[in-house]
Design a protein around this ligand. Structure first.
Ligand code: NI
Length: 176
């Protein structure tokens, strides 16, 4: 197990759409998947996508959790993930990214999504997610398409450093 370096915004790998992983190659991707889980946990992240560790592969690891104070379940690894919105409800909330240090922004995401993909051993897996779990999935799948949360801000004033981010939510509730 190796802790991997996390690509920071500005590195082109974060803007490169990742090609689908070949299901016949999954065994060879096992070490990468294990290193991604270890790297995410070490960085105290709640999700990580392969392009964030300089690998252009459609692989994400996420912590299935419904609230930030909640004890997370075991990490979910999804290869070639596909998300489908369930319903049309969106939710705006603060988001950060291990590739964008210190910044937080308000991003609107689908409140509920259905997810599917391959597990590391190759079996097809699927499920439903809502709230924070659905948000993490959408953020990580965006990484596979070269999209960062900054691209999804409605307006630039929805951005703040972590220590000031609580003001954003406050301002949101006021007219502007
Ligand atoms: Ni991110």
């Amino acid at each position: 197990m190796t802790l991997l370096k996390i690509a920071q915004i500005g590195h082109p790998v974060l803007r490169l759409p990742a090609p689908p992983a070949d299901p016949a190659r999954l065994l060879a991707l096992r070490p990468l998947v294990e290193d991604m889980v270890a790297t995410m946990l070490d960085a105290q992240g709640i999700g990580l996508a392969a392009p964030q560790v300089y690998r252009s592969e459609r692989i994400i690891v996420v912590l299935p959790m419904n609230g930030r104070d909640e004890e997370p379940e075991a990490p979910l690894v999804l290869i070639n993930p596909v998300l489908t919105p369930v319903g049309d409800e969106q939710e705006a909330a603060l988001e950060g990214c291990l590739s964008i240090p210190q910044l937080r922004g308000i991003v609107a995401r689908w409140r509920r999504v259905a997810w599917r993909g391959l597990a590391p051993a190759g079996e097809a897996i699927s499920g439903d997610a809502e709230g924070l779990f659905a948000r993490i999935l959408q953020h990580e799948v965006d990484h596979l398409d070269g999209v960062l949360f900054l691209d999804r801000l409605d307006v630039r004033r929805d951005l703040a450093v972590e220590t000031e981010a609580h003001h954003l939510l406050h301002e949101r509730s006021a007219p502007r």
